[in-house]
Write a protein that binds this ligand. Structure first.
Ligand SMILES: [Zn+2]
Length: 234
């Protein structure tokens, strides 16, 4: 067992980890979900994971996919807990994405799909810092990259200016809010590469589209988006 697992085990004895969806104490943070939520997970999984372009009007993106449907109260609770309480939830949800979307096998330590054939690197959507000061998508990207064997470029894409919160804005307002919002700091990290762009929640698709446009203008070959959850009308 690695040192960090031992340390986590020690911390877990003092502050038992809780299931992000329902708050029940779980036996280890590596499991993330309690047995009951594991059973209920099929209610919230998106099948197929691919997001319909017509529903979300995303642009500059070859394809987009999400693990969960955001409208479900369990998902909303889980994401709120990830953003507002403890950063380890971000890695936990990234592990679920690796297992459910890319066939990562924990026992074998590798994914069923060789993503290095598909993508050059993972780029997290910048600056989703929470009140606690950690960067959720950055933490998710690091864990996902580690598990599926893809490099993660956390410094390539940054916010160019501050923006108002997207929540509550309609699609047009979101697009206006995001004009010139991102910039590529190190073009050499994305030039010629197929990028897997990671975000936590996709609502209208305007944030990932704006990031993708910025990456393409900096020389990226293509961009696909992957999100933990997507908000959509049923
Ligand atoms: Zn639970």
């Amino acid at each position: 067992m690695r040192l960090e697992r031992w340390m986590e085990t020690g911390i877990d004895l003092v502050y038992p980890p809780r299931c992000p969806f329902c708050g029940t104490i779980i036996s280890s943070r590596w499991e993330l979900l309690c047995p009951e939520c594991r059973d209920r997970e099929k209610e919230i999984l998106r099948r197929p994971a691919r997001i319909d372009r017509e529903k979300h009007y995303y642009y500059c993106i070859e394809s987009a996919a999400a693990l969960y449907r955001y409208h479900h109260p369990l998902v909303q609770k889980g994401i709120l807990r990830m953003k507002s309480s403890e950063p380890w939830y971000a890695a936990g949800f990234a592990r679920l994405m690796a297992v459910r979307l890319y066939g990562y096998e924990p026992a074998q330590g590798k994914a069923l799909l060789d993503l290095s054939l598909e993508y050059g690197c993972i780029v997290p959507v910048p600056d989703s810092k929470t009140g606690r000061g950690y960067w959720v998508t950055g933490l998710m990207a690091r864990e996902l990259g580690r598990l599926v064997g893809l490099p993660v470029e956390t410094k390539a894409l940054k916010k160019a200016r501050s923006t108002v919160r997207q929540a509550g804005l309609d699609r047009e307002e979101r697009l206006t809010n995001l004009i010139g919002a991102f910039k590529v700091i190190y073009p050499e990290k994305v030039e010629g590469k197929k990028i897997l762009l990671l975000d936590d929640i996709m609502t209208t698709g305007s944030t990932v589209s704006c990031c993708a446009q910025t990456l393409l203008e900096a020389g990226a070959a293509s961009v696909c988006a992957i999100c933990l959850a997507v908000s959509e009308q049923e």
